[in-house]
Design a protein around this ligand. Structure first.
Ligand code: DBV
Length: 258
């Protein structure tokens, strides 16, 4: 349906530029379906999960929810390994009975740091300005989420599906291409203090997203509480379950222990 071309494009494009390995998806999460509604209005809601990793990217994962014309969601996030200061690639593409809601960004580890902004936000601004006229600010945005978004955050609620299929799709491609350019040139961080800051920023982001996941209510309704919490903490936002840390980091940590 609506977001399948986004997912197909992302996977094909990443395959063309990265050496993707599979990232394990816990049992029970690759595919999950439920039947909702009554009488003639029943609808199967299918959620599929997709996940990869590379030498620089800890987890590339997508959750794709398909429940008919009025329920389509693609949540796609790239979590870099903890020894890179890369931003997160974050796309939340949501179609509900009330309309479309699009969030697209390279979510910064250090939002207000000028050096970081110069490295990871300024190069994106021309792309942002290219699409912004077609994708105006979507309004109503949780204030507490602000630190997690860059000044190049595309946040929009298109009233036409065709806008999603054209401008949003083009913006998605452009952001992903630019993200992979960052990945190409990224080099490992070795400074222990910076590594600690990166880990703290990743945990801050992850905990916020797991705690505030706007899809929690929807998933609970379809698949129950237990499945939902496990999906959120065991797959969607799993960093804390994925200890030990990358070996370079772990070695440094262990080195200071008696
Ligand atoms: N959002 C997720 C995941 C989803 C998902 C993992 C797998 O983070 C879907 C599914 N997002 C989803 C759904 C809704 C939203 C809304 C189903 C609609 C919820 C509803 O209306 O019932 C960006 N997504 C939103 C909203 C925002 C985002 C701001 C509106 C929420 C609201 O108005 O309260 N993306 C979201 C976000 C961050 C991000 C908050 C924070 C860092 O990256």
């Amino acid at each position: 349906m609506l977001y399948q071309p986004f997912l197909d494009y992302a996977i094909d494009y990443m395959r063309s530029r990265l050496h993707l390995s599979p990232y394990p998806i816990p049992p029970g999460f690759t595919e999950k379906s439920a039947i909702t509604g009554k009488g003639k209005n029943t609808e199967t809601v299918l959620t599929t999960s997709h996940a990869f990793q590379t030498d620089k990217l800890r987890q590339i994962r997508a959750a794709h929810v398909q429940g008919g014309k009025a329920l389509q969601v693609l949540n796609f996030v790239i979590f870099p390994r903890l020894n890179y200061d890369l931003p997160f690639f974050g796309a939340d593409l949501v179609t509900l009975p009330g309309g479309h809601l699009i969030a697209l960004d390279m979510q910064p580890l250090f939002r207000d740091n000028p050096t970081y902004q110069a490295k990871y936000t300024e190069p994106i601004l021309p792309i942002f300005h290219q699409f912004q006229p077609h994708l105006p600010w979507g309004g109503d945005f949780p204030e507490e989420a602000t630190p997690f978004f860059s000044p190049a955050f595309l946040w929009t609620r298109p009233s036409e599906t065709s806008t999603v299929q054209t401008h949003v799709f083009e913006a998605f491609k452009a952001y992903l291409q630019a993200y992979l350019d960052f990945v190409d040139t990224a080099t490992p961080v070795t400074d222990p203090l910076y590594l600690e800051q990166i880990e703290a920023a990743q945990l801050r982001y992850l905990r916020y997203r797991a705690e505030k996941d706007p899809a929690r209510g929807m998933f609970k309704r379809f698949y129950g509480e237990e499945w939902t919490e496990e999906y959120i903490h065991g797959f969607l936002f799993d960093l804390e379950r994925q200890k030990p840390l990358p070996s370079s980091l772990a070695t440094q940590k262990w080195a200071v222990q008696p």
